[in-house]
Design a protein around this ligand. Structure first.
Ligand SMILES: C[S@@+](CC[C@H](N)C(=O)[O-])C[C@H]1O[C@@H](n2cnc3c(N)ncnc32)[C@H](O)[C@@H]1O
Length: 280
């Protein structure tokens, strides 16, 4: 285990991590790709690999953040006032609680991530926000989320919830059957809830293949899936208009909006798709 002093805003004396910084983590590499500062040399090396294979990797990440924002805004405008954001990531611009609470100041947001650095930074950011909390738990173990005392304190599972699994499922191989974990989570949601997902897509394009290879080299995981495979993540729940689409064409809050034609998309705009489904 290698340690380095890190300064976490609001933590005095500086927080000393008990996590391994000799290997890249998904949260920190993603932070480095987005141009954030909460990462180490090993993570920046991972980000550099991704940028080498896909020079627009940062823009692809920003596209994903834009998709997150649109999905949260859509759900909040449908009346959702509780969000469960799994694989929250390190705080960045326009976090889920900021978007949701701009639309409904009383909206509650529960962040979950399995990387302890996310908890440390999230706690510092959220110290004064009683409607938002963060817990360390694991998508691969749904009861670790559903029975977490902080989750149960923040969210009322008898009222509709916006479940978000954004930029996370690609990190699990098909053999791990992530659909089983999603199903368990969806089963715990009451009717009137939404499921918002973004994932790496494979429509046979070379840039998608290059990006997958960069993730496997940088992180040891990161698999793209066909649109049909991504649609299956939604467990049969009906997708809301405009359905599943490349994120820069996906505007659930304005489904009739004019969007760029698929053939006009740039390489980085063909990396991820988004969708939001409704549990009746
Ligand atoms: C690529 S980031 C996405 C962050 C954010 N959702 C977004 O889309 O901008 C994936 C996040 O999922 C977290 N993660 C990875 N495996 C996880 C797991 N098994 N359970 C919960 N979180 C996980 C990582 O630590 C990381 O913060």
């Amino acid at each position: 285990m290698s340690e380095e002093a890190v300064t976490v805003p609001g933590e005095d004396p500086p927080y000393t991590p008990d996590f391994d910084i000799s290997k890249p983590t998904i949260a920190r590499v993603y932070d480095a790709v987005l141009g954030g500062k909460d990462n180490f040399a090993v993570d920046r090396e991972g980000a550099a690999i991704m940028l080498k294979y896909l020079p627009g990797a940062r823009e692809a990440g920003l596209d994903n953040r834009a998709g997150l924002e649109r999905g949260v805004a859509y759900m909040a405008k449908q009346g959702i006032d509780q969000f469960l954001d799994i694989g929250a990531g390190l705080p960045t611009v326009r976090n889920t609680h900021e978007v949701a609470q701009e639309i409904n100041p009383d909206a509650k947001v529960m962040y979950v991530d399995n990387d302890p650095i996310v908890l440390a930074h999230g706690r510092a950011l959220l110290a004064k926000n009683e409607s938002t909390s963060i817990a360390t738990a694991d998508l691969r173990d749904p009861p670790s989320i559903l029975n977490h005392p902080d989750v149960l304190k923040m969210l009322d599972f008898d009222r509709p919830i916006g479940l978000m699994i954004i930029g996370l499922i690609m990190h699990f191989h098909v053999d791990e059957q992530p659909g089983n974990w999603i199903r368990e989570l969806v089963d715990a949601l009451p009717s009137g809830s939404y499921l918002h997902i973004t994932d790496f897509v494979d429509t046979g394009r070379p840039e998608q293949d290059a990006f997958q290879r960069s993730c496997l080299q940088a992180l040891g995981n990161g698999w793209s899936r066909t649109p049909e495979e991504i649609e299956a993540h939604f467990q049969g729940l009906p997708l809301q208009p405009p359905g599943l689409d490349f994120i820069s064409r996906w505007f659930p809050e304005d489904p009739d909006r004019e969007v760029p034609a698929v053939e006009d998309l740039e390489d980085h705009q063909r990396i991820m798709m988004a969708g939001v489904a409704y549990k009746a």
